[in-house]
Design a protein around this ligand. Structure first.
Ligand code: ANZ
Ligand code: ZN
Length: 846
């Protein structure tokens, strides 16, 4: 084994002591020679680093090192997203202060990350839970507050009964808490909410200019969910069926179907319900509303669920044909979207159709349908029928015509709606940034003055959330009771804290100027580095962190404190690293330690059943979690780095296979052995023998490919090419020095410890991190094979591929292999084969 156990700590110590990767805002680098390469910083969990972390981190590290060697000034920082529930849950169980747990975990993470030899500027490390950091998170919150983008409301929100806190929409996955899996309920509590909806259009439109995966952009577009339609005003009828003063407005994307609206539905929370409900229906409506309140939005809008509803007892007048249509109350209409009321067109909307069938409401076809609308809804396009002035038009034209009609008659207008909801921003938990606001009985809500920031998190006795909708901070009277900064009277602090996402909304800005006590980031530093040129992280952040951070960034842009509209110009999602698992015929999975391998086959230890090897997520229960520490210990950090890059393209999911890691370790060993050979200082072109010429060619191709592939983040392909070079070079007893130096430099971003060691072995005294990247000569890269024609009796009958300098025997043999040769000589006598070297093969047959 090559001595990675001594080499790796040696160079880690060197980099640390020499601050090799310290980034300086050096004005001699023009803007186009500066790069900001960012990793999604980790949450320092107790479990430590998993093998997924080094995947993205290695990719950005290779790229950063490559850029430095190509003359760029590179900012490549690392830090910790350190507020969060796990540390708090641990505190509840053990009474240990979350800070203590968090800092212990951070220490462990740092040690693990450093063991991988990443070229971070550690002087810029940040932790979102330290007061010098969250001072500025609070400051940014106050900017939002001053701009009217933070407001207080008593609203029904998603409530996790197990975490005992409110959640943002983004934190609810299919009706369950994204963190603990408990079913989310609705609870009305006082909340601080951020008006992200004010930025919906910009968050949507500016996506177009980002170099991001299409899938992530699509997720953000869907999440923002811009919908263009119309509001239509219906007049509610009085007891005698005559128009009353009351209007009921609906939102529809299909105003063209207005002639097919046979009833209306209002959400159970609609503010007009009491007015709309008749005496006779009062009890039934009340009961229905109570039941609906207990259901989640998901349960209510699930297409598969049978529809429920109740008649309100009143009618509205369809504004285009004067018909009276009943107004129903049903929970498939949500109060939070559009106007909370709809016109129902059962012939052309599936949910309305289901409802109409269940309650015996009329179904009127208004678009020529290819099905019988009494038996099934027709939701596709068609020519309008039964629709007076729309008859004969298709959907698009009919919508336009109806919109004109509505506007002319002042019964409707174009309207835009978004699925995006404002961001419920307060948490009733301890381990987060205190929201810097004060409630004064005289002055109302007053921000904590900026010169009093940070508002530090006080020590508490118990971290247990109260479950009443109040944070544990509410119990600390000495902290809660304060002086109003405006009138100096007695006031109380806001006791809610910020959500996990707050700190990560702007951390990339703090790296630019992490120790600045007078500003969140000096303008000059911001100008120097922003925007982030490359951001690499997991795909799971598509609508949470990545949307929130864009929102805050735009607010800061509007405040004039950042210079770019978007924070992250280019985004790449690394693929998931999976693991193997073993499956029975019944499809049940067997834990790795209950499997035996014999001759490449796998058997269950208990009953000997032959198992199929499958790819699965790493999980504790399957015991297939790969521990990076163990891998580094056994095979070295350089092997782990290079293996993770060699597994496949960065963005695809791929299974861990320790055999592959061992292969890479052998490859590095081969390189080490090469370095033991003498290097030849003199220019040996004069006495070139053929093989060395071939190696020079391979070298030139290797430089070309590794340069291009590294620049394109195609690391696996670059590594393959390095392997080709090493295999060829291994056949030589000595190597030209310039070639070997060039190879060592190319290797260094990938296996930096080995690279530095080999560089030193070549007699260099300093790090190679800023050495010039090798250049290649195009001359040597030229394609050295060509196509040769095969002529038979003067006619072109075939072609074959061969080296440009192929000898006569090779050319003749290859010509005889071609299908054309076989066909046209079949049953004939070959009289002569004439090879014209470098040109063609002539065949004479009789
Ligand atoms: C009449 C109609 C006819 C509709 C038709 C659809 C098809 P998007 O595209 O998602 O914006 N809708 C409006 N507000 C709603 C609410 N609060 N809860 C549930 N459904 C609501 O969807 C807009 C459509 O969803 C609207 O257009 C409305 O039904 C329904 F053939 O109006 B439509
Ligand atoms: Zn006051």
């Amino acid at each position: 084994m090559y001595p990675f156990k001594t080499i790796e700590p040696k160079w880690q110590k060197y980099w640390d002591e020499h601050k090799t990767f310290k980034a300086v805002e050096d004005e001699s680098f023009p803007k186009e020679k500066r790069r900001y390469i960012l990793d999604m910083f980790p949450y320092p969990s107790g479990a430590g680093l998993h093998v997924g972390h080094p995947e993205g981190y290695t990719a950005t590290d290779i790229y950063s090192r490559f850029l430095r060697m190509n003359g760029y000034n590179v900012l490549h920082p690392m830090g910790y997203d350190a507020f969060g529930l796990p540390a708090e849950n641990y505190a509840i169980k053990t009474g240990t202060h979350p800070a203590e747990t968090t800092f212990k975990n951070i220490e462990h993470f740092t040690q693990q990350i450093k063991a991988l030899g990443f070229s971070y500027d550690w002087d810029r490390e940040i932790k979102t839970c330290t007061p010098d950091y969250y001072k500025w998170t609070q400051w940014i919150f106050l900017q939002l507050y001053k701009k009217g983008l933070a407001y207080e409301a008593q609203t029904p929100i998603n409530w996790c009964p197990s975490c005992m806190t409110g959640l943002a929409n983004e934190e609810v996955k299919e009706g369950h808490c994204d963190r603990c899996g408990a079913q989310v309920t609705r609870k009305v509590i006082r909340q601080w909410i951020l008006k992200i909806t004010a930025y919906a259009d910009r968050l949507l439109n500016d996506l177009d200019e980002l170099d991001w995966p299409e899938s992530v952009k699509a997720m953000q577009r869907n999440w923002i969910g811009r919908s263009v339609g119309a509001e239509v005003d219906f007049t509610v009828a009085d007891k005698d069926g005559k128009p009353s003063d009351q209007k009921l407005t609906v939102y529809t994307t299909r105003c063209d179907t207005l002639f097919g609206a046979t009833y209306m539905v209002v959400s159970p929370e609609h503010p007009l319900i009491e007015k709309l409900t008749s005496e006779g229906q009062k009890q039934a409506v009340e009961k229905y509303r109570e039941d609906a309140a207990k259901k989640s939005d998901l349960e209510r809008t699930d297409l598969a669920k049978t529809k429920t509803g109740v008649f309100s007892g009143s009618y509205a007048i369809n504004p285009v044909n004067g018909k009276l249509i009943p107004i129903w109350v049903a929970d498939y209409v949500l109060i939070s979207y559009g106007t909370g009321a709809i016109m129902a067109v059962p012939a052309h909307d599936t949910r309305d159709w289901d409802f109409a069938k269940k309650f015996g409401l009329p179904i009127i076809e208004v678009l020529k349908s290819e099905v019988d609308v009494q038996k099934q809804a027709w939701t596709a396009d068609g020519i309008h029928v039964n629709s007076q002035f729309l008859d004969g038009l298709n959907k698009k034209d009919a919508i336009e015509k109806m919109l004109d009609y509505l506007e002319e008659n002042k019964i409707g207008r174009k309207a835009v709606n978004y699925k995006l909801r404002d961001w419920v921003f307060s948490r009733q938990r301890y381990w987060g940034e205190p929201i810097p606001l004060i409630h004064c009985p005289k002055c109302g809500t007053v921000p904590v003055p900026e010169n009093q920031l940070p508002l530090e998190l006080p020590a508490v006795k118990t971290y247990q959330p109260t479950g009443t909708g109040e944070s544990p901070l509410a119990g600390i009277e000495s902290w809660v009771n304060c002086q109003c900064p405006v009138c100096t009277g007695a006031a109380k602090r806001e006791t809610n804290t910020m959500p996990q996402w707050a700190g990560s909304c702007w951390y990339y800005l703090r790296y630019l100027d992490p120790k600045n006590d007078g500003s969140f980031c000096a303008k000059t530093n911001e100008n120097y580095w922003m925007p982030v040129d490359l951001y690499v992280g997991g795909a799971e952040h598509a609508v949470l962190h990545l949307l929130y951070a864009r929102f805050w960034h735009k607010v800061l842009y509007d405040c004039g404190v950042v210079s770019t509209k978007e924070p992250f110009q280019r985004l790449i999602n690394q693929g998931m690293i999976t693991s193997f698992a073993y499956q029975r015929k019944t499809k049940s999975l067997v834990a790795v330690d209950a499997v035996e391998e014999k001759d490449g086959k796998f058997y269950a230890k208990d009953d000997g059943e032959e198992l199929e090897r499958v790819v699965a997520k790493m999980s504790k229960s399957l015991k297939n979690v790969v521990n990076p520490d163990e891998m580094i210990k056994n095979y070295g950090a350089d092997s782990v780095r290079m293996y993770e890059m060699f597994m496949g393209p960065l963005t695809v999911s791929k299974p861990w296979n320790t055999q592959g890691l061992i292969g890479i370790n052998r490859f590095l060993e081969k390189i080490w052995n090469l370095s033991e050979k003498p290097v030849n200082d003199t220019d040996i072109t004069g006495k070139l023998d053929k093989e060395l010429a071939a190696l020079r060619k391979t070298y030139a191709k290797t430089v070309k490919k590794v340069t291009q592939d590294t620049g394109n983040l195609d690391f696996n392909v670059a590594i393959s090419q390095m392997m080709i070079f090493v295999n060829e070079a291994s056949k030589f007893d000595s190597l030209p020095k310039a070639m070997w130096e060039g190879f060592v430099l190319m290797l260094s971003p990938y296996a930096p410890h080995l690279g530095e060691e080999l560089w030193q072995k070549l007699g260099h005294k300093e790090t190679n991190a800023y050495e010039k990247w090798p250049v290649f000569s195009e001359e040597y890269c030229k394609d050295d094979t060509k196509e040769y024609p095969v002529m038979i009796n003067g006619k072109l009958r075939a072609k074959f591929e061969a080296p440009a300098d192929a000898d006569n025997a090779t050319m003749e043999a290859l010509a005889k292999e071609t299908d054309g040769y076989k066909k046209f000589t079949d049953g004939k006598t070959v009289a002569k084969v004439i090879v014209v070297p470098g040109k063609l093969v002539n065949v004479v047959v009789k």
